[in-house]
Design a protein around this ligand. Sequence first.
Ligand code: ADP
Ligand code: G6P
Length: 483
Amino acid sequence: MVPDTASGCDFVVVANRLPVDRDTSSPDPQWRTSPGGLVTALQPVMQAQAGAWIGWAGTPDEDIDPFDIDGMHLVPLRLSADEIELYYEGFSNATLWPLFHDVIVPPEFHRAWWDAYIRVNRRFAEAAADVAARGATVWVHDYQLMLVPEMLRALRPDVSIGFFNHIPFPPWEIFAQLPWRTRILRGLLGADLIGFQRPTDASNFRRCVRMNFGWTTKANAIRVPEDPEVGTAEHVAEAKAFPISIDTSALDALSHDPAIVARAAQIRAELGDPEVLILGVDRLDYTKGIRHRLKAYGELLADGLIDREKVTLVQIATPSRERIDQYQHIRTEVELAVGRINGEFSDLGYQPLHYFHQSYPRDEMTALYLAADIMLVTSLRDGMNLVAKEYVACRPSGTGVLVLSEFTGAADQLTQAVMVNPHDISGLKAGIVRAVTMDEKEQRRRMRAMRRKLQGDDVQTWSRRFLQDLHALDSDKGISSWE
Ligand code: ADP
Ligand code: G6P
């Protein structure tokens, strides 16, 4: 049923998380921006257009009334402790996350997790249907909510639905393992426009559609038949790449802020003014290749290929999904490796590796990027990797080297980085040595080219492109132009 929502919102974002978390450590709990690429990418977009954001506030069993913050109308959805376990930690992050990241760890398939995923996706779809004005644009985000587009289309055929997948989309040969693959594809195909990070992700998706249903696709377009059982009519969906980016100008401005520049100098001084400061910044996730990076670094110290009195590595590993087994394992492994390296190579005046399992405010992150001579991004698989782009945006001096895994979406765009295959430890070591020894002229040449790319390609351009394409499709409902 289409509600008569004169007062509804014309633009609605639906994502698993609200763009804020509550800091309960103080006696007067405050909302603060939550970590992760999705939030970093969408916050400026939401602030620029008055819209609603539907999402989970990050705590179990809490009913929170909708509220406004920083120009955004937030609609919190309640998740029970049980749903967090089954839908968020289970199906989203122990089934879909590993399946969509090259099965780096084995995905688990449990029917109770799937049932909870359907239940929670339905709640998000109903909330969007309630909040959206007639003819509104609803933008659904990421793998936690892949059933929402179809559910919402059945409830509100009048709204225009976009979906963006922030993580990779796997090839059919891996996707086909999923016992509920048909329902997931059908869920996504409820959108008018399905966006992916890389062209390969979009073509993987279209091939999955062809293989699973035997349908034909035309360029980016997919003709989706009606589904009387669900209550959706025939329509045409488009699946294509919209590589996400960062708020380049905001970061550039921060990197010129005298207080942050001074903080960057202070960080270097506190670390003993190393000649070369290497930085790693990742959620503590097995997809990020932190173990591979530490192995390469430890071997370089052992081989004497980098001078241990001159080089220091700072590794920031943001706490993430801490109740999931595989995340506990990776934390143990990383912390063992950190202990080994420091145990073996430190002396009283020198520590080769500084490890922080903490979150930081944006200013401090910017100061770290400014302070670092080399940024290591060694993901085994990563939809985009915003950290790589943030580092480049925070290098107004034009110096600094980005060492970048080939298996990130960012590698498609930041082609002047030192590219590495993190599985190849010898190659990774050579990439780090190349970065440490690169002369300033070459650093500037590469950094200039990457910075130029980011100036014309920021998160505002990304969302504008996506929404323009969505609206263009909407004005032509597609079917008429199919033949
Ligand atoms: P993912 O989305 O998988 O976490 P990305 O690299 O795409 O990886 O995005 C991570 C985002 O989280 C970046 O914007 C980065 O600045 C931010 N971030 C990562 N670690 C921290 C931290 N310790 N404190 C604050 N922000 C962080
Ligand atoms: C990645 C995902 C986001 C997610 C973020 C943080 O960026 O694509 O959807 O929000 O990681 O993960 P979390 O599980 O803490 O939301």
